[in-house]
Design a binder for this molecule. Structure first.
Ligand code: AQP
Length: 338
């Protein structure tokens, strides 16, 4: 049976953290076995907010290296850098021309991020979901792993493909111009919250470094951040108590990283005070990240292998992307490209 194709990516907007790993990349690792997988570093998305070019360039390579260090196997998955495939920008333009402006103005992420930019909001930030639609549609993706925050964007990609391209311009009839992707809801996907506020998502762009654990943080720093993490006045760790978001978050991290799962970690920690729990969490976090950090170091020291992997991923991606772009060109009447 043909394997379903999956596409996903992370923005190189900063150092990857536990949330990116436990909420996204860790699930990709499992998906590689059962699906055909394309994973990109979405650097064109990263420039929709102000950025430093040198930092972006280093973060892009570092993010790709972390995919591999976390277990994405380049022999099985195609790993590539979004900006190296010009078809992303090209399809984005074509989709821009058929997407109503008010569809974009409704996007929650735009509204949230625009507030932070004040008068400096770029057209790119508004257009972010159309570029994301192009990323997904270019690869004829069957499934896209999405968290709560990205559901609205995937819905938009489906609407653009169905209502604005396939139903208006399907001139071949034997197959739709664009494949309509479905969301892949990962049951095990964890939402990791900030260490300083259990009601806020752990995020690369949080100005407080202490709010997140970077995948490349050294052991002493991890221990320090966990020691300083927000707690509450109760004794005993527990899941799902709405009044104790910090307990739920740290116990979730512990249950995943220790491999104990929810039930066993509840049994182990239900009567434990914070003073005993935090060093335990620190130790499992350090141990879980140690192999990732070692593999990452190897890849970044001798970058030839990494560049080769990205080159191979680029050519896999290019082949699929060009075929889709050609179909869209032809559907829209841009026929001079043969
Ligand atoms: N805290 C989180 N818990 C679970 N999953 C998370 N992801 C991000 N943060 C968490 C998942 O990681 C993938 C890539 O995310 P992204 O970097 O492309 O964008 P993001 O969701 O906006 O991540 P950040 O860290 O919050 O970045 P900034 O601060 O730059 O906006 C996605 O699958 C996401 O769900």
């Amino acid at each position: 049976m043909e394997r379903k194709r999956v596409l996903s990516g992370v923005q190189p907007t900063g150092a990857l953290h536990l949330g990116n790993w436990l909420g996204a990349i860790r699930n990709w690792v499992d998906l590689q076995i059962s699906h055909e997988t394309f994973f990109c570093v979405v650097d064109l998305h990263a420039i929709t907010v102000p950025h430093d070019p040198a930092v972006l360039s280093e973060n892009t390579l570092s993010t790709a290296a972390l995919y591999i260090a976390c277990g994405i196997d380049p022999k099985v998955s195609s790993i590539f850098i979004q900006s190296q495939i010009a078809a992303h920008s090209e399809l984005c333009w074509l989709l821009n021309c058929v997407t109503p402006l008010n569809w974009l103005e409704r996007m929650i992420q735009f509204k949230e991020k625009a507030v932070k930019q004040g008068d400096n909001v770029s057209v790119g930030l508004l257009d972010y979901p159309v570029l994301m639609a192009a990323d997904i549609l270019l690869y004829d993706s069957d499934l896209v792993p999405v968290g709560e925050d990205q559901k609205q964007h995937l819905e938009l990609a489906r609407d653009i493909a169905q209502q604005r391209i396939n139903s208006r311009y399907n001139n071949t009839k034997d197959r739709p111009v664009l494949k309509i992707p479905k969301p892949l809801i990962i049951k095990e996907g964890a939402k990791v919250m900030s260490l300083t506020d259990g009601r806020k998502k752990m995020s690369k762009s949080d100005p407080n470094e202490g709010s997140r654990i970077g995948l490349l943080d050294p052991p002493e720093l991890i221990t320090k951040k966990i020691k300083r993490a927000k707690t509450d006045q109760y004794i005993g760790l527990e899941f799902d108590n709405p009044d104790r978001p910090e307990a739920d978050n740290l116990l979730t991290i512990y249950s995943i990283l220790s491999g104990l799962g929810k039930e066993e970690s509840t049994n182990q920690c239900k009567e434990m005070g914070w003073g005993k729990f935090k060093p335990l969490l620190g130790d499992v976090t350090v141990s879980a990240l140690e192999p990732i950090q070692a593999k990452y170091k190897d890849l970044m020291q001798e970058r030839t292998e990494l560049r080769k992997i990205l080159q191979a991923g680029k050519s896999d991606a290019e082949e699929v992307a060009q075929a889709t772009l050609k179909r869209v060109h032809s559907a829209l009447g841009l026929t001079c490209r043969e």
